[in-house]
Design a protein around this ligand. Sequence first.
Ligand code: NAI
Ligand code: MG
Length: 354
Amino acid sequence: SSLRIAVIAGDGIGPEVIEQAIRAAEAAVQRYSPARLEWNRLPWSTAYYKKHGHMLPPDGWDLLREHDAILFGAVGDPSVPDRITVHELLLPMRRRFDQYVNLRPAYLFAGVPCPLVGKKPGEIDLLVFRENTEGEYAPVGGRLYPETPAEVAVQTALFTRRGCERIMRAAFEAARRRPRKKVTSITKSNALIWGMGLWDAVFEDVRRDYPDVQSHSLLVDAAAMDLVRKPETFDVIVASNLFGDILTDLSAAVTGSIGLASSANINPTREYPSMFEPVHGSAPDIAGRGIANPLAAILSAGLMLDHLGLSAAAEAIRQAVAAVLAEGKVRTPDLGGSHTTTDMGNAVVAALQG
Ligand code: NAI
Ligand code: MG
């Protein structure tokens, strides 16, 4: 059987890291799974926008729906505002395809320099479940009296009981399958009394259905501090769109590099394709130099294989990345080395081929 993957490599380092992710996924699937992958490369990017006036063709969403999954690099270029690149492709995709779970693992691999003192490999091992379709990133608001002293902006966060409940249930289900079985809900209901008030109320309801899982609420500011002071105390974190976004840059930083942070945008009902992407952006500051770390993209491809049911191939990718990092012979500059994106991709492929 052949699984169809739509590939949107995008801008900047997107194409550089995605090429290595495809190679790694191919190597893993060839060795560890009977399935076949078919890669459909779509050119949607800033260059495409400049040529056509839109980020994707009018039938683009329908075309994407014909795929089993989407592998995404990054979009964003200094020559075009993010409100076009990011807001016409990435954010609408998450909402249109109801990819309400944004899963972002953070794991301290052996061989990766941790900026915190005394942390052992594997000691930081957490999953962030970020709500991905509403909350603070709901496109609700407006600006009045532009460029006058009276200028006002309103940005409204939108929380629904259904939206809170479904991301929380996803987090509890995942926690149930992990050894520590613990969920931390990130809140700020002391200041944001309505939206976060609803968030907390739903969490109280949902946690009652999971007596086998330890659960508690934590204010976002305290959570930021604890992710630095004692990240090992976290297992599964469930957070709103904004809080999850910010805390996952932090969890990426404490586990060594944004170049290692993978993510999945999942539509759990499988009505629509899910999308897999590194947490990082297009990194215009290093684009075109072949020095971006491809491991975040490779690990994201691993999350994709897992979602597609190819769990042996997915696990092989994780093991291969762990082995390459532990060996420490090949390191891109973000990890303190001087190897290239391709060197790193080669090392992972070699590890997969045994
Ligand atoms: P960024 O993640 O692109 O870069 C932040 C810093 O991390 C830079 O110094 C960069 O060199 C470094 N970095 C990122 N990925 C790396 C990798 N794989 N290996 C080594 N170093 C890496 O975030 P930034 O600079 O804020 O945004 C750049 C553009 O990307 C913007 O247009 C932004 O809107 C867009 N963006 C797009 C995202 C997406 O498509 N999912 C996500 C985040 C940002
Ligand atoms: Mg972010």
